[in-house]
Design a protein around this ligand. Structure first.
Ligand code: COA
Length: 145
């Protein structure tokens, strides 16, 4: 939750995270520093995490957050590469995600890993600031296997 609250303008709740961790059809992965790899269970060491959901034919990236101090070091790329491998092992045909149209760092990450824009939901997200209009969601996908 500390990574999520520090790193996400619209963080998940503790309950949402707990449900994802408990769900059999979800995979939650995290990155810790190399020298803290044996430090299981110590949330202070977490640099970033991501949540993948298994759908009947596809998989969906539901969250990916990296602590601000750990960004631009390949943490998100490592998380996503791992989840691409997980979804491929599940036999999922595609990996899907939704992203705010203004989220340039995330768009850069997804494009670098082969995701392409497949659609747009107009006004899907609440405004980032109360004075601005609602924001579009970009729907992105990547073939697997
Ligand atoms: C998006 C986010 C997860 C990226 O995490 P990260 O660990 O810094 O990303 P990486 O270091 O693995 O970067 C991989 C690639 O993503 C792109 N990227 C990452 N940050 C970027 C930025 N600030 N501007 C432009 N492109 C960026 C680049 O293509 C980068 O490759 P490069 O460093 O070789 O140029 C991180 O900024 C974050 O937690 N943001 C807030 C939460 C969020 O928006 N999550 C996505 C919701 S859909």
């Amino acid at each position: 939750m500390s990574v999520e609250r520090a790193g996400q303008p619209h963080p998940w709740t503790a309950r949402q995270l707990a449900e994802a961790l408990a769900a059999e059809d979800h995979e939650v992965v995290g990155v810790v520093p190399r020298d803290r790899g044996g430090d299981k269970g110590n949330g202070d060491a977490l640099l970033g995490f991501a949540v993948l959901a298994r759908l009947p034919f596809e998989a969906e990236l539901q969250a990916i957050t990296v602590a601000p101090a750990a960004r631009r070091q390949g943490v998100a790329r490592a998380l996503l590469e791992r989840l691409i491998a997980t979804a491929t092992a599940w036999g999922s045909e595609r990996l899907l995600l939704e992203v705010r149209a203004s989220n340039a760092p995330a768009l850069g990450l997804y494009r670098q890993l082969g995701f392409i824009e497949e659609g747009r939901r107009r006004g899907y997200y609440p405004a980032a600031a109360s004075s601005s209009p609602r924001e579009d969601a970009l729907l992105m996908g990547r073939a697997l296997g």
